[in-house]
Design a protein around this ligand. Structure first.
Ligand code: BDR
Ligand code: CA
Length: 318
C-alpha cells in the first residue's frame, strides 16, 4: 500500500485534478476526503467530492463534510467566475448517489490519524478551518500525523485573492495562523511555486482527450477555469495549484525549500498574508515570531516535472 493520505479539499477544478492525480498514484493510499468551503460553499464542495469519487469508481473512500464558515467571520462566498456555478467548471447540477459519513471532517481526521499513529499525511487543498478545529479539539493530533502539506500562502510573491493574500489562507487567516504555529511537521506549497507551474494548453488538450472517466469529468471542468487564467494571467494554460502538492508527495526532491517560522496577518488590508521570518530566530526574533515553529516553505520547483507527473497520472487507464 502507498503512503496514507487524507485530502482536505474544496473542489474546485484544480482540487478535482489533484484528487484524481492522487487516486491514480500507487505511491499514495487515499484514506478519506474531508470537505471545506472555499471555491464554493461546503454543501457544494461536498457533493463535488462525492461525484469525483463516484466518477473514479472509488466509492470505497469515505467523504466527511467540514466547517461551513471560517473561525472568526462568515464565509465570503463562492467564486463561480473561476470554478463555475457548480464548483466544477459548469452549470450542470451535480447529484451524487453516495452519502457522507456521519462523522464531521475534524473528527474523521483525528480518528484516522489515531488509527495509524505517525503514518498519516494531511494534504490540505482549501482553507485550513477543519485542521484548526481538529487541533483545537485534539491538541495531541500534532504528534499523530506524519506530515501536513498545505496548498496555500505566498512567502515572497504577491497574492491571488488580494494583492497580498493567497485564496486559501485569505478564506480563514485565523485557522491558517493556528495550523502554521501548531508545531507539527508542515510544508507550505504556496504561490511561490505554484505560479511557476503552468500546465500548457497543449497538455491540457491531451489530458481532456483521454478516455478514462476522470479525464472525461475534467474535459467538462477545465475550459472555464482555463479561460479565467488566460484572461486574467495572460498565459496559455492554467496554474496547477492543488496538483503541485500531490507532486510534492510523489517527488519532494523536485522542490527546493527554505525553513522559516510563518505568521498569518489577521488584520486590516493585508489580512491573509503569510509572513515568513527570514531573520533572527529564538530570543532575538521579533515578538510575533518568537517561539514559533519552523515551516518547510517551498520556494523553487521543477515545473516541467510537475506537468509531466500530472499528465502521466491523469491520462492513465480508460
Ligand atoms: C487555491 O485556491 C483555490 O481557488 C484553489 O483550488 C487552490 O486551492 C489557489 O490559490
Ligand atoms: Ca483548492
Amino acid at each position: 500500500m502507498g503512503r496514507p493520505v487524507i485530502i482536505d479539499t474544496d473542489p474546485g477544478v484544480d482540487d478535482a485534478m489533484a484528487i484524481l492525480m492522487a487516486l491514480a498514484s500507487p505511491e499514495l493510499e487515499v484514506l478519506a476526503l474531508t470537505t471545506i468551503f472555499g471555491n464554493a460553499a461546503t454543501d457544494r464542495t461536498t457533493r463535488n467530492a462525492l461525484t469525483i469519487l463516484e466518477t473514479a469508481g472509488r466509492t470505497d473512500i469515505p467523504v466527511s463534510a467540514g466547517a461551513v464558515d471560517p473561525i472568526a467571520v462568515p464565509f465570503k462566498g463562492p467564486v463561480p467566475f473561476v470554478h463555475g456555478e457548480n464548483g466544477l467548471g459548469g452549470t450542470r447540477t451535480i447529484s451524487p448517489t453516495t452519502e457522507v459519513t456521519q462523522a464531521l471532517a475534524a473528527e474523521t481526521i483525528y480518528t484516522l490519524a489515531s488509527d495509524r499513529p505517525g503514518e498519516v499525511t494531511l494534504l490540505a487543498l482549501g482553507p485550513l478551518t477543519n485542521l484548526a478545529v481538529a487541533l483545537d479539539a485534539h491538541p495531541d493530533l500534532i504528534d499523530l500525523v506524519d506530515e501536513v502539506v498545505v496548498m496555500g500562502g505566498n512567502a515572497l510573491v504577491p497574492g491571488n485573492a488580494t494583492p497580498v493574500a493567497e485564496a486559501n489562507i485569505n478564506n480563514d487567516p485565523e485557522a491558517a495562523d493556528a495550523v502554521f504555529g501548531a508545531g507539527w511537521p508542515i510544508t507550505m506549497v504556496g504561490l511561490d511555486v505554484t505560479h511557476q507551474v503552468n500546465l500548457p494548453g497543449a497538455v491540457i488538450d491531451t489530458i481532456t482527450a483521454a478516455s478514462n472517466p476522470g479525464a472525461r469529468l475534467l474535459a467538462e471542468a477545465i475550459p472555464l477555469y482555463r479561460a479565467f487564467f488566460e484572461a486574467t494571467n495572460n498565459i496559455d494554460g492554467i496554474y496547477v495549484h492543488d496538483p503541485s502538492t500531490v507532486a510534492y508527495l510523489l517527488e519532494p526532491d523536485i522542490f527546493t525549500t527554505d525553513h522559516w517560522p510563518v505568521r498569518v496577518e489577521t488584520e486590516s488590508f493585508s489580512r491573509g498574508k503569510t509572513w515568513p521570518n527570514m531573520g533572527d530566530t529564538d530570543d532575538a526574533a521579533p515578538p510575533a515570531w518568537r517561539g514559533r515553529p519552523v515551516v518547510n516553505v517551498c520556494t523553487g520547483v521543477n515545473g516541467d516535472r510537475v506537468v509531466e507527473l500530472l499528465a502521466d497520472r491523469l491520462t492513465k487507464g480508460g
